[in-house]
Ligand binder design. Structure first.
Ligand code: SAM
Length: 228
């Protein structure tokens, strides 16, 4: 898979690409991530990328030309173009699993007040990472990229993400490590029993209990999906 991220602030991605699991996935060539400063596509003097809004108002607006010229240069028959946008579809694990199937993603990071409305005509999907507003699309682009890369075969084991929260409409089960007693707080005895079937049952029950307590909406979604 190849992920191209269009941004005006490439340096924001330095730590993201050079640490931990993303770094390893890049080194092992399981994914290619290109950080592209779309200022270079600006046909204007001094590589201008934004201007004041028609009709007045606060902030600067990203212009169509640099973004659309970049999309037209990078897009191929297997590409999906994503715009980060607080007004888009709210991102979740199901969308991450869908996006994992694409060979090529182009993710556009907005900035400032936003972008010229006509840019929407050139994108396939608008994604919000939640109901709050960030200063730019870089953190959303990292969140989307990270959530997809960890699902790519070979990046982490399938077992690691299959039981993760949201992958089957349940939250993950609680985990413990040494010591078995920390200041009087004991690890549940079943986890020390060595009985794999009992451990599996305990974990599934904990997943269901947790989801009912913390995110009953996920179980309602599951029931809706079954009805469908
Ligand atoms: C300051 S925001 C613009 C907000 C816009 N005026 C609005 O209210 O819808 C600048 C850019 O940050 C990104 N952004 C901010 N919050 C986001 C969110 N929750 N999800 C995805 N992208 C976001 C988008 O790329 C957006 O164009």
């Amino acid at each position: 898979m190849q992920i191209d991220i269009l941004t005006l602030f490439p340096k924001m991605f330095e730590g993201f690409l050079t640490e931990s699991i993303i770094k390893r996935a890049l080194n092992e060539k399981l994914v290619t991530i290109n950080i592209i400063d779309f200022r270079k596509y600006s046909p204007f003097k001094h590589h201008q990328v934004d201007d004041t809004p028609y009709g007045g108002g606060a902030g600067m607006v990203l212009m169509c030309e640099p973004v659309v010229l970049a999309i037209e240069d990078l897009k191929g028959p297997d590409s999906l173009v994503i715009l980060t946008c607080p007004q888009g579809k709210v991102y979740n694990e199901k969308t991450a699993l869908d996006l994992k199937k694409y060979k090529h993603l182009i993710i556009i990071c907005g900035h400032y007040e936003g972008y010229d409305e006509r840019i929407r005509q050139f994108v396939d999907l608008e994604i919000s990472i939640g109901d709050y507003v960030l200063t730019g699309g870089e953190i959303p682009a990292m969140a989307i990229t990270d959530s997809i890369v960890r699902l790519i075969d070979g990046v982490i084991t399938k077992e690691s993400y299959e039981k993760d929260s949201f992958s089957n409409d349940l939250l993950d089960y609680p985990t413990y490590t040494k010591p078995s007693n920390f200041r009087g707080l004991e690890v549940p005895s079943v986890l020390l029993s060595g009985d794999h079937q009992k451990i599996a049952e305990y974990r599934l029950n904990e997943q269901i209990k947790r989801t009912k307590e913390r995110r009953p909406d996920l179980m309602e979604d599951q029931n809706e999906n079954k009805k469908d």
